[in-house]
Design a protein around this ligand. Structure first.
Ligand code: MN
Length: 206
């Protein structure tokens, strides 16, 4: 059985960039319901229920076809949100350092250029989806790339490892920002948890 992970901060910790009510609903309703529906879809299928969520979405091709769509949507939702909570922090103003900063600079020239490319990808997602910084293991040296996925698809379903992700479903921002997705995307950089992104990046490249 999959369970809702606890947040390492309070619901109001990301104020004013993400408001308390949005965080509370997003975690206790949206994320919790993905988990509930995932568990329902996998009822009696111990070999999948006992997996780690990232392992499950990475193995989406092994899931029986009659439940594959549900596992894609709800399992992807669980994996994506589990990452999302960890790559944000109430300790504002951090920046990438070390190997992560070097890898970003190598690929995107500088941090501002990286941010602009990421923002453009997030802004241009049509409908609901996610923007990601991923490590593509099939590229030489495990290269960083910015991609988007529709709905609740996870980069893990394409064999790519996400190290940073931004939820651009309207439920992630509509209470505070209404239709102004760009303002939400811009505000979000203030609360990115770069030490967690670095941890994930270094784990992926070693
Ligand atoms: Mn969401």
């Amino acid at each position: 059985m999959f369970e809702l992970p606890r947040l390492s901060y309070e619901y109001d910790a990301l104020e004013p960039y993400i408001d308390e009510q949005t965080m509370r609903l997003h975690h206790t309703k949206h994320h919790a319901i993905y988990i509930q529906k995932l568990n329902e879809a996998l009822l009696g299928k111990e070999e999948f229920l006992s997996m780690d969520i990232d392992e499950l979405v990475s193995s989406i091709d092994k899931v029986p076809s009659e439940i594959a769509a549900k596992v894609r949507n709800h399992g992807g939702g669980h994996a994506n949100h589990s990452l999302f909570w960890t790559v944000m922090t109430g300790k504002k103003g951090s920046m990438p350092t070390g190997k992560t900063e070097k890898a970003i600079t190598d690929v995107f020239s500088d941090f501002t250029n990286f941010k602009n490319q990421f923002k453009a990808v997030a802004a241009n997602i049509f409908g609901s989806g996610w923007a990601w910084l991923i490590v593509n293991p099939s590229a030489w040296g495990g290269k960083l790339e910015i991609i988007s996925t529709p709905n609740q698809d996870s980069p893990l379903m394409e064999g790519k490892t996400p190290v940073l992700g931004l939820d651009v479903w309207e439920h992630a921002y509509y209470l505070k920002y209404q239709n102004r997705r760009l303002e939400y995307i811009e505000a979000w950089w203030n609360i990115v948890n770069w030490s967690e992104v670095e941890r994930r990046f270094e784990e992926t490249i070693t």
